[in-house]
Design a protein around this ligand. Structure first.
Ligand code: ATP
Length: 319
């Protein structure tokens, strides 16, 4: 089908999984004139995912409705989430209809499981899943380029979620290069129960030149992804090498805003994590464990305070 295809009678429903992402290392390598930071990071999707149903029908005028609920096994998700245009999933559907000039009604049902404001990309993933679903229901209506531009206009992490698989992400998030052969990692995600806004963490990180990692340090990340792609074999050896490469330039700033992050990371090491890192701008830390039974025992012994939570996750898809 091409851009002139007739979508006026299309109706249908798609069920989508919207996976969380984890940053295996994150370097801040520069700042654009408009203030956006340039990053280099290895993004991996997790088996922790929101469930999204997208139903479309022809209508007199474009309309978007969103109903959201919280999954029974969710941790770190507030009882109430925005359901109007403040929700990225809603905004993604509106943007798609507008850009494609489609007069459809779009009904979204979102079952939320990804912890919110936790550095796991939940809102961006929901937006990516909406765009993938609408692109599948109206193939060719936008085309790859316009879809990617729309994704980026919704959020810097959205382009990654247009095709969620392990990838080196560069620029503000628009350059996404898939990385093959990542072994499945067994992870414990742990969060002190405090949402950290990305903007606040970048503000604390500062715009000093000396705060920035020199551009091209992504070579560390590239060597990590090259090395992973070469099949490092046993996941224990993999975790050891990962420990050397998991640096996140935002971690100091996040720990200053939320000292519990440092305590949680120390606890993960005590509990036997082979490598520890922080995802995105926090506050979720992660430990790489040798197997699920060690990871589960670590979760039982984490002793988190207040709304803190810890849960098992794996990188996805497994090979
Ligand atoms: P960011 O790095 O962009 O802050 P994050 O992964 O840390 O992302 P999200 O879970 O996307 O955090 O939530 C960030 C904010 O976005 C929250 O304050 C939330 O109210 C708002 N938001 C909008 N749409 C969504 C959505 N579909 N799911 C979760 N949060 C959403």
């Amino acid at each position: 089908m091409n851009a002139r295809a007739d979508f006026t009678r299309v109706s249908g429903r798609l069920e989508m999984a919207a996976p969380a992402k984890l940053n295996l290392g994150l370097k801040v390598v520069g700042r654009r004139a408009d203030g956006y930071h340039l990053i280099e990071s290895l993004f991996v999707p997790l088996d922790l995912a929101d469930a999204l149903s997208v139903e479309v029908a022809p209508a007199d005028r474009p309309t978007v409705r969103l109903k959201s609920s919280v999954a029974d096994d969710a941790l770190g998700v507030p009882a109430k989430l925005p359901s109007g245009p403040e929700n990225l999933a809603h905004r993604a559907a509106e943007g798609f209809l507008r850009e494609a000039g489609l007069s459809w009604s779009v009904s979204l049902e979102l079952l939320k499981r990804i912890p919110v404001a936790a550095g796991l990309g939940g809102g961006s993933s929901d937006a990516g899943a909406v765009l993938r679903a609408l692109d599948a229901l109206a193939p060719g209506a936008l085309g790859r380029r316009r879809l990617a531009a729309l994704g980026l206009s919704l959020g810097a992490d959205v382009p990654f979620f247009l095709s969620p698989r392990p990838a080196l992400v560069e620029g503000v998030g628009e350059r996404v290069t898939p990385v093959g052969g990542l072994p499945r990692l067994c992870l414990v995600l742990a969060n002190p129960g405090q949402g950290l806004s990305t903007a606040r963490v970048f503000e604390a990180f500062g715009s000093r030149r000396d705060a920035l990692t020199r551009a091209g340090s992504g070579s560390t990340l590239r060597s990590l992804s090259d090395w992973l792609a070469q099949d490092p074999g046993d996941s224990e050896g993999c975790a050891r090498r990962l420990a050397e490469l998991l640096e996140n330039d935002l971690a100091d700033a996040a720990r200053r805003l939320c000292p519990e992050i440092g305590q949680i990371q120390a606890r993960l090491v005590e509990m036997g994590a082979q490598a520890v890192g922080m995802s995105g701008s926090g506050a979720t830390s992660f430990g790489v464990f040798a197997n699920p039974s060690e990871a589960k025992s670590a979760i039982r012994n984490m002793t988190l305070r207040g709304d803190g939570w810890a849960r098992l996750a794996g990188t996805w898809p497994a090979r």
